[in-house]
Design a protein around this ligand. Sequence first.
Ligand code: F0G
Length: 463
Amino acid sequence: MLGGMDGWRTIIEPFRIHAVEPVRLTTREERLEAVEAAGYNLFDVHAQDVLIDLLTDSGTGAMSRDQWAAIQHGDESYAGSPSWYTFLESVQVLFPYRHVIPTHQGRAAEKILFSVIGGPGKVIPNNTHFDTTRANVEASGAEAVDLVIAEGREPSLIHPFKGNMDTESLDRLLTARPGDVPVVFVTITNNSGGGQPVSLANLRAVRAVCDRHKVPLFLDACRFAENAWFVKEREEGQGDRSIPDIVRDFAALADGMTMSAKKDGLANIGGWLAMNDDALAEKCRTLLILTEGFVTYGGLAGRDLEAIAQGLREVVDEDYLRYRVRSTAYLGDALDASGIPTVRPVGGHAVYIDARALLPHIPPLAYPGQALAVALYVEGGIRGCEIGTVMFGRQPDGSETAAAMDLVRLAIPRRTYTQSHIDYVIEVVQAVAARAKDISGYRIVSEPAALRHFTARFAPLAA
Ligand code: F0G
């Protein structure tokens, strides 16, 4: 059962479908029109015009029967709602931090934290900052630095924990900038680096460096359960341990966390900030009340707190995680077998196509990732997301440089698409790859000052 447990090859979804949502078929002509009207920016395409939406795994998963039932228990009391205590208990079972501060999503937690501890002259290292994380660090005036291990920047290189942090570089940074680093972050899994996991051993080594320099360590824990599954599968001595135990080990090595419950909370919205430091928590709660809401609901309705509490119980289930990670690998392995360059090994929540390698005739500043993402949409109505020079190329000083990699992420919403949807995706990607040399690059027509990938408009360059 469940692809792997008793040795069967077929991956089956460990659920049956209880409510269905239609997807809308469109013609190639309609998609061409839609993407042109959107200025070739897939964030501006109407979701109705997308067949398989792999833009993000965030907030787009299917909730379970028990989550929908939990929503009926939502209590909307302003202060001290029972739903808050249900949520708090569910969070603290896995992450036993003294202070848990609910927020409407992950970036709200980041904004509050970096407003308090960031600022000009500060520098915040991470294995790799996610786009909104980097933007929130920079918005405070601080500098965001990525210190993933060198293997993590080589798409085709196989390494079990490509999300690991380079502890020597971290040590050098903390030695060179004493007093300037208010916190060290580690993102599990490393989303911008290919959804790659971080090992417990690496986090222990990071902790040792932080201790030596007396700097706190925080987790960006959006995909903590997928990370724990990889640790169980790949790290020596972890194979027989339970997922919650592995998660608690990660939590114990850090002083706090930011979380988007839209990923491994299995919910449509939500997040939190947690920590042990009383004084820091007090400052964060003051900002929370100004910007999000009272301390027992943050930006969330009571029913959202209930959905997250139940989601956290379900996400550590081993049948779910086995299916989750194997079904993502199913897509990645099929693309790999057809010679399509991807980030290897496959991460937990997404497959990342190496657009720079697939489209070597398009230089980074003509955005090969954007070109590939648009081609996948036009070809088959599949919406992926560029993670490359469009997302990361514009520097705070206004200059433009190539990002470390030009990737297209096909993120898999949790429990949402079936294997036949994924077989269709494989067919479409193969068709686009077969005519890769005919795909041309793009130029940017207009862009905002920051986070340009969300709203920039593009025009195709002549072939
Ligand atoms: N950190 C990481 C690693 C993330 O992947 C995200 C969101 C956030 C923080 C912010 O959380 O969306 O709840 O505010 N990632 C989504 C994605 C949007 O598509 O990867 P949020």
